[in-house]
Design a protein around this ligand. Sequence first.
Ligand SMILES: Nc1nc2c(ncn2[C@@H]2O[C@H](COP(=O)(O)OP(=O)(O)OP(=O)(O)O)[C@@H](O)[C@H]2O)c(=O)[nH]1
Length: 440
Amino acid sequence: MFSTAHGDHLPSLVDLLLDAVFLVDSDGRIAYVSAACERMLGYTPQEMIGRELLEFLVPEDRERTVAEAGEVVAGRSRIGFENRYIHKDGRHVHLMWSARWSERERLRIGVARDVSELKHAEAIQRATYAISEAAHEAEDLDVLLREIHRIIATLVPLAGLALATCDRRTGQLAFSYQRDCHGNPLPLHEPVACDFCSKVICGGRPVYLRDGALGALSGDDEAWFAIPLIAQHETIGALVLQGDSGKDYTEKDRELLHYVAEQVAIAIDRAQLKAELLRAARYDELTGLPNRRFFNDRIKAVVARSMRNQARMALLYIDLDDFKQVNDSLGHASGDQLLQEVARRIQRCVRGTDTVARLGGDEFVVLLDDLHTPDDARGVADKIREAVSHPVDLGSCVLRTQASIGIAVYPDHGQEIDRILQYADMAMYEDKRNKTLQAM
Ligand SMILES: Nc1nc2c(ncn2[C@@H]2O[C@H](COP(=O)(O)OP(=O)(O)OP(=O)(O)O)[C@@H](O)[C@H]2O)c(=O)[nH]1
């Protein structure tokens, strides 16, 4: 088989090769394999010789490997065919072949190179690209995490994935994603999981937990790995991975997981910033009520609905009396406190479906949807007047204030938005003027 002038030395030279040399007979049985097979597949030549090569193959790759062997046996030398074998320890090994048929020996001669590292590097490159694309495109975090879950499950052992994020204002941790490998909810023992994530977040370093305590239904041999999510130098949460029992993530797996965590942190940061911007554009910072811009959208929707349903709606225009004096005598901070308290009181006087907004300064508006009679609006206005007139405890002093309120009812006082607003505004000034006249 290896007959040359230095024939006796050739097998031992072949055993020095990093690639493995296989000789396979016409029945597909291994007639010879060089020592490199043990490094590649974990089996000694003695364990492989006499067995069918296909036995060692990943089942999904058998059909095309048989077809490829047919090409070689037909006399066509081949270079570059790739397939996967099962290592003695169970992992898959990617091999690349160059092969030809020896008619004289009636053997297939194949040289196999282990390209698993290369394949893994390619897979990671594809995954990192797919992850960064998903992080830029995903509309919401749940969609992004499902996609990331799918991508990384093909690369690292992953039974489940969870995401814990901190509320920026309260600092409270919440699990915004938790799924097993089938997409079902991951049964996490939340108090223990929160405690574990808090430690990871405070420490700013990845942590392994080899303990079943995290999963409510899990066994004791589970391994959990959590990585802090850092965006703009701030830890905003943790990514928690449920690994394979007893197996640590390799250095390469960890590199990938760190990259994933970075991308998730960027995506969360971007989503939170978007939500904050949206909030700032629509809500008043001082009172948390919808602002003028949001109110303009709401009144359009409410008037359109009332028109469609031939229903009544009312707009209440509210302005505090002599509010300027509060600022001037007690300072701006006390003025702010008063405005916040008034906002809360007005809200308590209306239904959850009604809209209370702050237009600016000491001006508030209320939209009352689906009214039966114009008197209903007057009833709510009286309730608000009464609520606002109660003393307000500012800590350093107790204040009394009053509200002037103008009412405009659709369709009774106008059918267009501008007209309704104008009517309510004029009615509010009328109310204020009457009070001033009464006081004189
Ligand atoms: N503290 C505080 N004051 C504000 C804010 N926005 C506007 N103001 C002040 O609110 C006051 C509103 O003044 P006016 O509309 O003249 O109110 P008024 O003193 O209640 O007078 P009348 O409406 O005629 O009763 C002004 O002094 C503004 O500077 C705010 O966010 N906080």
